[in-house]
Design a protein. Structure first.
Length: 166
């Protein structure tokens, strides 16, 4: 098995695991925020839907006969969806739990205002976007390496335009 094929399988597994973690963390937040309006939870609903679709497509593209390398446009599309979700969550967080990549004070102890879960959700959304992007790049590399180009035909003589083959 070549390196791109092995890397593709590992990336698909990482996509599946990260999407499941995001679905669990976001679902726990949505469950805790029940009673709120759907408009105020729209960002989290978006991330939950992207996570659910990512789980589905990661499972389908993980199958060996599904041609996972030619699905790089889908990988690129999911990377964009994940990065949009990351931007939406960063905008919603708005510095209330500190900087986006500030991990001071986060531990396994008490959860001060849900910041630990939200930052973990944010981190896995970002990681999922990166993994989908790398998967798209590996797919582009594989497709470019394995596409056949039409051979250049060189002729040594020219046919006259008035002569027919019949």
């Amino acid at each position: 098995m070549a390196l791109p094929e092995l890397l593709s399988i590992l990336l698909r597994l990482a996509e599946l695991v990260f999407a499941a973690i995001v679905a669990g963390l976001t679902g726990a937040y949505l469950h805790a925020a029940r009673g709120a309006t759907a408009l105020s939870l729209a960002r989290f609903i978006y991330v939950e839907v992207v996570a659910a679709l990512s789980i589905l497509f990661a499972l389908v593209w993980l199958l060996p006969f599904s041609g996972s390398f030619i699905s790089w446009p889908g990988d690129l599309f999911f990377a964009v969806l994940w990065f949009v979700g990351f931007g939406l969550l960063v905008d919603w967080l708005g510095g209330s739990c500190g900087g986006v990549f500030e991990w001071d004070g986060i531990g396994f102890g008490g959860d001060a205002g849900g910041c630990t879960r939200l930052k973990a959700d944010l981190a896995f959304v970002f990681l999922s976007g990166v993994v989908w992007l790398v998967s798209a790049l590996v797919g582009i590399y594989w497709v470019r390496k394995h596409t056949r180009r039409a051979p250049v035909v060189t002729t040594t003589h020219r046919r006259r335009w008035y002569r027919s083959r019949v």
